[in-house]
Design a protein around this ligand. Structure first.
Ligand SMILES: Nc1nc2c(c(=O)[nH]1)N[C@H]1C(S)=C(S)[C@@H](COP(=O)(O)OP(=O)(O)OC[C@H]3O[C@@H](n4cnc5c(=O)[nH]c(N)nc54)[C@H](O)[C@@H]3O)O[C@H]1N2
Ligand SMILES: Nc1nc2c(c(=O)[nH]1)N[C@H]1C(S)=C(S)[C@@H](COP(=O)(O)OP(=O)(O)OC[C@H]3O[C@@H](n4cnc5c(=O)[nH]c(N)nc54)[C@H](O)[C@@H]3O)O[C@H]1N2
Ligand SMILES: [Mo]
Length: 775
């Protein structure tokens, strides 16, 4: 007899996409009370004359003429263009303490923020404050600090280039480089790893390159959920017969098969297209080993070829002319045994050799990767091994080949390009000096982990957040929350209410801003902003919906007003002039960053323009002027872990969330409905612990980095197709088992995808003294 599955856990056999995706959109529109104005918005997303969808950073095809359907893009847009509002009455009714008891979903679902708010400790309520009074308050608090380095300025990756540029200008003029950024928790391993390998911290491919690829490799990203427009590209490639080789511990449905909602035949016949030609269910954290294994196989075959006097399989001419370090890499790979590779990756030698075959057989190869690669203690090393593998066959800097880090937030790459960085380069400081006449500080500031640690230690006293939900996105909410409550000043510029806003300090303000879909009108008329996608294309985005209220202001205008109030006429920057017409901000961006030459004209061409990525043209901006093969120190994510009988936890996004924004409680493709309190485990791992599916379990961090116990209790075990030794749970719920000290030492990226844990029957269900056991 088939055993009953836990509540809300079902088999989901449909392909990704298809009618279920269309149905999900209709449901979202209804839930957000979207009226005609809002539903038309969907048609303007990612059109040459429309706005940039805030859903992801996947590029738009050059000649978009038809609406590209994307379920999760639709969710992101309707979530922002909702008819729901939080107004003065809302905050009169609900105290801060009451709101704290709401779920993350309920907080954001209350609707768009419409008023500038100041928290009143006496009444425990947020109350409306006039904009000028808010700015005066912020200025007074910031100017009161002994040192500008006692303030932290966080950026989440939705901010436009214009907003981010003004923000970094304000913060540098104020006097610090403390720029914690969501990118520090995301693709920092790319930004730090690739410059040493290929001289630029960005991907080298364009969307057109996918049309010329002969094989595509995908490591650790889930496009069906997190960058669904990429599915059009993969769907097309699969239909052309291009092998798509996937490395992922979970069988993500969209990487298995996909029905394109744009394809009338697939929709009418309920058919779908297989996507992956080979699916390697790697152990969590096993990528370094798999990559070394593929390279080992490539080098072995090359040696065999040379012995037989053929030309081998690596690109000798390219390696000779363009690279350095192959001998060292070869020695490292030769030292790594197949036994080690097989045990660390969880894949058989044959499986790895078959991937090497696919790699060698293809003339042009693109490797795509996401958080499954970067959010590891060896995130930077992972990224560099991907670059090594590509370099072996000259797969960087020519058509149809290259490295494709799939970015997260829609403008996370742009924010970094226009100056959000805690480590300013000399050229950035020179640029600011020539455009604005002051020399900004050069000393390194704080990244995200360092900022939170400084807040917890009481060294930093003020926190300004340009969007995001830092406290919930970060590891170790217990310490993070406690730290933030001790601040003197906290300011959130935001569209929707979230838990970070409720961590009130001595002075706490929430400032409501316009989103991507909203019309932004300044003195010279309606304004457009610009963004940069994952493939370095910069284009304009113009909202057109009536803003949710009269009081809302644009992000650039809020930043400019904060700067003006704080700095007075220090440095003589004409903040009002810059805001009156965003073309003036773009002129200044161009002055600081010459790569944006002729910015205002080039961005008016539909589709925009591509920033220079020297490695795409085999210009290597590294210290030695070459592309470098780099060695990874070790394959073991965490040596302590290997010696004990723990499990490696990875944290993943459900289909119904955008980072800390929880749209709903379903994760359709994984067969989870109406809940998030589950842990995916291999049946053998359950049995070994005398557990069965449906049991309640506790998950505890194995590494007590600072002697602290970190655990979450009462989650439900779900038997799932995942390698033994690996388990998965949802972000952000699982952040409570993570220590702030567990991160990639090279890039500072938290190890969100490699947390050693132990799983035990839940203490909540254990009989206490004198109690009957719960059956
Ligand atoms: N709808 C939606 N879109 C989004 C987001 C969202 O939350 N919702 N977030 C945005 C942001 S900021 C980002 S950064 C991106 C994130 O996009 P992704 O990079 O796709 O992020 P994750 O969901 O964290 O999933 C990573 C994938 O890696 C796999 N994985 C986990 N551990 C490992 C491992 O050790 N090795 C390998 N090879 N794979 C592993 C997981 O099974 C999962 O399929 O998406 C962006 N777009
Ligand atoms: N365990 C674990 N932790 C993770 C991750 C993981 O995979 N696992 N992923 C990490 C990653 S990749 C990232 S990028 C971070 C995300 O960290 P953040 O970027 O800080 O978090 P978000 O959830 O994207 O922020 C959501 C909030 O942004 C605000 N917002 C939305 N749109 C706008 C806008 O247009 N303007 C402004 N000003 N505010 C807006 C809303 O108030 C909303 O509540 O989390 C990281 N944390
Ligand atoms: Mo991200």
């Amino acid at each position: 007899m088939k055993s009953k599955r836990p509540e809300g856990i079902e088999r989901y056999d449909h392909p990704a996409g298809g009618w279920d995706a269309l149905k999900a959109v209709v449901k979202t529109l209804a839930h957000q009370q979207i009226v005609a104005q809002g539903s038309k918005t969907l048609l303007k997303a990612n059109q040459p004359e429309g706005f940039d969808c805030p859903g992801c950073a996947w590029p738009d095809p050059k000649h978009t003429s038809s609406f590209e359907f994307c379920e999760n893009g639709a969710k992101a847009i309707t979530w922002e263009s909702t008819a729901k509002r939080t107004d003065a009455e809302f905050f009169r009714q609900h105290s801060r303490s009451e709101l704290w008891t709401w779920t993350d979903h309920e907080l954001e679902d209350a609707g768009r923020l419409t008023l500038p708010l100041l928290y009143d400790q006496g009444s425990d309520h947020f109350e409306q404050i006039a904009w000028d009074a808010a700015f005066a308050r912020i200025a007074a608090e910031l100017n009161k600090l002994d040192d500008p380095d006692q303030a932290e300025f966080y950026t989440s990756g939705r901010a436009s280039n214009e907003a981010a540029f003004l923000y970094q200008l304000f913060v540098r003029a104020y006097g610090t480089n403390n720029f914690p950024d969501c990118s520090n928790m995301c693709h920092e391993a790319t930004s730090v790893g690739l410059p040493k390998s290929i001289g630029v911290g960005k991907g080298t491919v364009t969307l057109e390159d996918f049309d010329h690829a002969d094989a595509i490799f995908s490591f650790g990203h889930n496009p069906g959920t997190n960058h669904p427009r990429m599915m059009s590209t993969l769907h097309e490639a699969a239909r052309r017969g291009v092998p798509i080789v996937v490395f992922n511990p979970l069988k993500e449905r969209a990487l298995e098969r996909f029905a394109a909602p744009q394809d009338p035949i697939e929709m009418a016949t309920l058919s779908s297209t297989p996507i992956a030609s080979a699916y390697h269910q790697i152990r969590v954290g096993g990528d370094l080993a798999a990559l070394k294994g593929i390279m080992k196989s490539v080098l072995e075959r090359d040696a065999a070829g040379i012995a037989k006097r053929d030309e081998g399989v690596i690109d000798r001419a390219f390696i000779e002319e363009h690279t350095s370090g192959l001998d060292e890499l070869r020695a490292d790979i030769e030292e790594t045994t197949w036994d080690e590779i097989v045990s660390a990756s969880g894949l058989s030698r044959r499986a790895i050799e078959s991937a090497a075959d696919a790699y060698i057989s293809a003339r042009n190869v693109i490797i795509c990767y996401g958080m499954g690669i970067t959010q590891h203690a060896h995130g930077t090393a992972n990224v560099q091994q991907i670059a090594n593998l590509l370099l072996l066959r000259g797969n960087i800097g020519r058509q149809g080949a290259g490295i494709a880090p799939i970015r997260g937030h829609s403008n996370v790459q742009g924010d970094r390009t226009v100056g959000i960085t805690e480590i300013p380069s000399k050229s950035l400081l020179d640029g600011i000096e020539s455009a604005f006449g002051f020399r900004a500080k050069a000393a390194k500031g704080h990244n995200a982990i360092e900022a939170v640690e400084a807040i917890i230690a009481g060294q930093s006293k003020a926190l300004v957040c340009l969007g995001g939900n830092l406290a919930v996105a970060m590891s170790d909410p217990k310490s993070t929350f406690e730290g933030m409550r001790k601040l003197d000043l906290v300011v959130h510029i935001a569209t929707k209410l979230n838990r970070s806003h409720l961590l009130t300090a001595k002075t706490s303000l929430i400032l409501p801003c316009l989103g991507r879909t909203d019309l932004d009108t300044q003195a010279s008329g309606p304004q457009a902003v610009t963004v940069e996608d994952s493939m370095s294309m910069v284009h304009a985005s113009k909202g057109f919906l009536n803003p949710p209220g009269k009081e809302l202001r644009s992000e650039p205008s809020i930043i400019a007003a904060m700067a003006k109030a704080t700095l007075g006429d220090r440095h003589g920057i004409d903040w009002d002039g810059l805001i009156a017409n965003y073309d003036r901000i773009r002129d200044k961006i161009e002055e600081v960053f010459p790569d944006f030459f002729d910015f205002n004209n080039r961005v008016r061409v539909p589709g925009g323009f591509r920033l220079d990525v020297p490695a795409s043209f085999r210009r290597w901006k590294t210290e030695n002027g070459k592309a470098n093969f780099l060695i990874a120190p070790s394959m073991k994510e965490d040596p302590v872990f290997v010696e004990r009988s723990g499990l490696m936890l990875t944290t993943i996004r459900s289909h119904d969330q955008y980072n800390t924004t929880v749209y709903g409680l379903d994760d359709r493709y994984r067969g989870v409905f109406g809940r998030r309190d589950v842990i995916f485990m291999n049946a053998e791992d359950l049995a070994r612990r005398n557990l069965k599916e449906g049991d309640r379990i506790d998950i505890e961090a194995l590494l007590k980095v600072d002697g602290t116990e970190r655990l979450v209790s009462g989650f439900t075990a779900v038997a799932y197709d995942i390698p033994t030794g690996s388990i998965a749970g949802y972000y952000p719920e699982m952040n409570a088992v993570m220590s702030l000290r567990h991160f990639d030492r090279q890039s500072g990226t938290p190890s969100h995808k490699g947390v050693p844990v132990i799983v035990t029957p839940s203490a909540l269900d254990q009989p206490r003294d004198g109690e009957e056991p719960v059956i």
